[in-house]
Design a protein. Structure first.
Length: 343
C-alpha cells in the first residue's frame, strides 16, 4: 500500500511541477522533444488482426493497474487517460460502439506490450498499445491480441517548454521499457557447422564395442572389423558426412563427422584413436619383413595400417620388394600404406 501511495505522490508532483512552468498556450511540443520520445519508445508495426509485421520495436512493461483493453479485431480503442491524480481512468464508452463486458480485460502490472502507435499534441501524448503474446510468458500465447489507448494529459503550453526528462518519467510511471526485445516471429537461423576435414589415415574404435574398428585410408579405401567379421570398401566425404560403400555386401552406410568422432546411421559412435607421434626412443623402424610377419599371423589390415601410420618406417618399395610383399599375402590397402609411408 505504501508503494502505491508513493507512486501516486511522485506522479502528482511531476504533473504539478509541469503546470507551474511557463509556456505558450496551445503550442505544440518541440521536434527535439518528440524525437527523444520516439527514440525511447519505438513503434511495432501490426496488421489489422494484430499480427506483428517485421521486426518488433520497444517492448513495454505495464507499471500501473487500470488500463482496460479490448480485442484487436474490434479496431477502435477503449479510451483511457492519465493525468494529475496519477491513476488511469477509463471511460465507459468505446469509440465506434460498445464491447461486451466479457470481452474486456485490464492489462496487468508486469504484462508486456507492444507500442503500435503514438500521437503527440499540444496537451496529450497518446500511446496505443497491444498485448505482446508470445514474447510474454505470463500470458497464454494462444490468446487473441488485445489493444488499449492511453492519453497522458498535460496543461496547455506545458509540453512546449517542459524538460523531456520529467515527461519521460511521467510516462515511465505507466510504461516501463523491457531490458530486451524478444521477437516471437523472428528466429535466428542456425547455420550448419563448417565441414570438419578428415585427417587420414585414421583409426576409429567403437565406443560400444572396443573390438570393432574402422580404418579410413588416405586413398579413400577402408577396412571395417565388426562382430568378428572383416569388411572392405571405399568412402567419400561430403561436408560433415562420410558415405561408406561395403564391397562384400554391396550396402552403403553413412557416418556424421563431429570432431574426433563418427556417428553412423544406426546411432553407434566411433572415436578416433590418437596416433602417437612416433615410436619410443630407440625403437627399431618398421620394415617389409615386419609387415609380412603380421600378415602371416592373421593380423587384420586395419591394425597393420594403423601400425604403419604410427611407426617410424624403413620400407623397401622397389618393384621387386612390392612383388614379394604381394606374393606374401599383403593386401592392396596395406601396400598403399607402405608406399605412402615412404613419402
Amino acid at each position: 500500500m505504501m508503494n502505491r501511495v508513493g507512486s501516486v505522490v511522485r506522479v502528482i508532483g511531476l504533473v504539478f511541477l509541469g503546470a507551474t512552468l511557463p509556456g505558450l498556450q496551445g503550442q505544440a511540443p518541440s521536434q527535439s522533444f518528440e524525437q527523444q520520445l520516439r527514440s525511447q519508445y519505438q513503434l511495432t508495426r501490426v496488421g489489422g488482426n494484430g499480427t506483428v509485421v517485421g521486426q518488433p520495436g520497444a517492448i513495454l512493461v505495464m507499471q500501473e493497474d487500470g488500463l482496460m483493453a479490448i480485442p484487436a479485431s474490434y479496431g477502435p480503442y477503449w479510451y483511457s487517460t492519465f493525468k494529475k491524480g496519477g491513476r488511469i481512468k477509463s471511460s465507459m464508452v468505446q469509440h465506434g460502439g460498445s464491447v461486451a463486458m466479457g470481452e474486456r480485460r485490464p492489462f496487468q502490472v508486469g504484462e508486456k506490450l507492444y507500442l503500435v502507435n503514438m500521437e503527440v499534441t499540444a496537451t496529450e501524448i497518446v500511446f496505443n498499445v497491444q498485448s505482446c503474446g508470445a514474447c510474454d510468458l505470463s500470458v497464454n500465447p494462444n490468446d487473441p491480441p488485445y489493444r488499449a489507448r492511453l492519453a497522458f494529459q498535460f496543461d496547455k503550453g506545458y509540453l512546449s517548454t517542459a524538460d523531456s526528462k520529467q515527461v519521460l518519467e511521467t510516462v515511465g510511471q505507466v510504461f516501463g521499457v523491457a531490458a530486451s526485445a524478444i521477437s516471437p516471429t523472428v528466429e535466428k537461423t542456425k547455420l550448419p557447422p563448417p565441414p570438419v576435414p578428415l585427417k587420414l589415415p585414421a583409426t576409429y574404435v567403437s565406443a560400444q564395442t572396443q573390438t570393432d574398428q574402422l580404418q579410413l585410408n588416405a586413398d579413400n579405401s577402408f577396412s571395417l572389423q565388426a562382430s568378428g567379421e572383416t569388411y572392405h570398401g571405399t568412402f567419400v566425404v561430403n561436408g560433415n558426412t562420410a558415405e561408406l560403400s561395403i564391397r562384400e555386401t554391396g550396402d552403403k552406410t553413412t557416418a556424421t563427422i563431429e570432431g574426433n568422432t563418427l556417428t553412423d546411421s544406426s546411432g553407434q559412435t566411433w572415436v578416433r584413436r590418437e596416433q602417437s607421434a612416433g615410436p619410443a626412443s630407440g625403437g627399431a623402424p618398421l620394415r617389409n619383413e615386419d609387415v609380412i610377419k603380421m600378415v602371416k599371423a592373421g593380423v587384420d589390415d586395419a591394425i597393420i595400417i594403423a601400425k604403419i601410420s604410427s611407426s617410424k618406417c624403413q620400407f623397401d618399395t622397389s618393384t621387386d620388394a612390392l612383388i614379394q610383399l604381394k606374393q606374401s599375402g599383403v593386401s592392396a590397402a596395406v601396400l598403399k600404406a607402405i608406399v605412402g609411408a615412404e613419402k
